[in-house]
Ligand binder design. Sequence first.
Ligand SMILES: Cc1ncc(C[n+]2csc(CCOP(=O)(O)OP(=O)(O)O)c2C)c(N)n1
Ligand SMILES: [Mg+2]
Length: 380
Amino acid sequence: MTVIEQRGAYRPTPPPAWQPRTDPAPLLPDPEPYRVLGTEAAAKTDPELLRTLYAQLVRGRRYNAQATALTKQGRLAVYPSSTGQEACEVAAALVLKEQDWLFPSYRDTLAVVARGVDPVEALTLLRGDWHTGYDPYEHRVAPLCTPLATQLPHAVGLAHAARLKGDDVVALAMVGDGGSSEGDFHEALNFAAVWQAPVVFLVQNNGFAISVPLAKQTAAPSLAHKAVGYGMPGRLVDGNDAAAVHEVLSDAVRHARAGGGPTLVEAITYRVDAHTNADDATRYRGDAEVETWRQHDPIQLLEHELTERGWLDEAGIEAARQDAETMAAALRERMNQDPALDPMDLFAHVYAEPTSQLREQRDQLRAELEAEAESEGAHR
Ligand SMILES: Cc1ncc(C[n+]2csc(CCOP(=O)(O)OP(=O)(O)O)c2C)c(N)n1
Ligand SMILES: [Mg+2]
């Protein structure tokens, strides 16, 4: 039979044995960001938890204002404020158990402080005069990470290693919308899903990567949709609804702890302040947009819910404000003291075995400091 004669018998079929490896439907995010405040779900929340979240949000906002003021006084080199994003910051810290690990980005000082790190030690890196000012192992908080998304593979590695050792540890890694376009994001999520590592990825989509709006750096339907491509669930949440973020992250942490693997959570939020004190946000966005988000403020949303339900009164609101003021005053006072620093520390904790160039630079600095001390002594 010739090929022409066979034609009638030919039936196009799919490639042999192909079928989706997992059902993508349960991995897809809901069409709308999940909300609790202002919905019927709020009635079922724990008033004590909401009050704790509220007090932390108020503290967090005051911390942001104080740290920003410290940049203007020359006490901090730079501060990336998370005003408007406090719900994500606080919830990320509160959903973790003591043995779990937090992997923050540079914008996540509030999460680090809410996890229990000393408020001054949390700022040491941003003061620019020492390495990470806290011991990552003491609070199980990785250093605030400036290179975008590099904290994500670290989180996956730590979580995977803990699982291999049989330790009950979950890692929660925070990243921005811009960071989700980095190669490290891809590598981290891919490995996390393949290994079913106990990790939760929290993407705070605050609309901008410095001046670049989301639409200019991704064409994905949502950042939560990216999860499906890796084979993990993607969840969308209103990032200004502290109760909702707490619930979604708690579920994801529980799922990871139970061996269910990673989750990608996209929190829809907004950076109300400029990128840092060194940025002028009026160059790339209008006041009207900022105002719309001010109307959906995380503190106002929670305060409204709590007072409407009679779970918080004026005295409670005042107590939260007072507590925040006391924290800010202590932060101000401690940050206004000149730190006692040894310039030689610049070379400490960089490499286990310093390179020959670093050794040379270290010796040069030591010689210069000694010569300076000698000439000062001679002039006395
Ligand atoms: C690998 C890398 N590339 C570029 C930068 C410069 N940079 C610092 S912040 C930033 C924007 C990040 O935006 P996003 O991830 O959305 O976080 P956000 O600042 O909004 O919290 C960029 C590009 C960097 N820090 N690291
Ligand atoms: Mg951003």
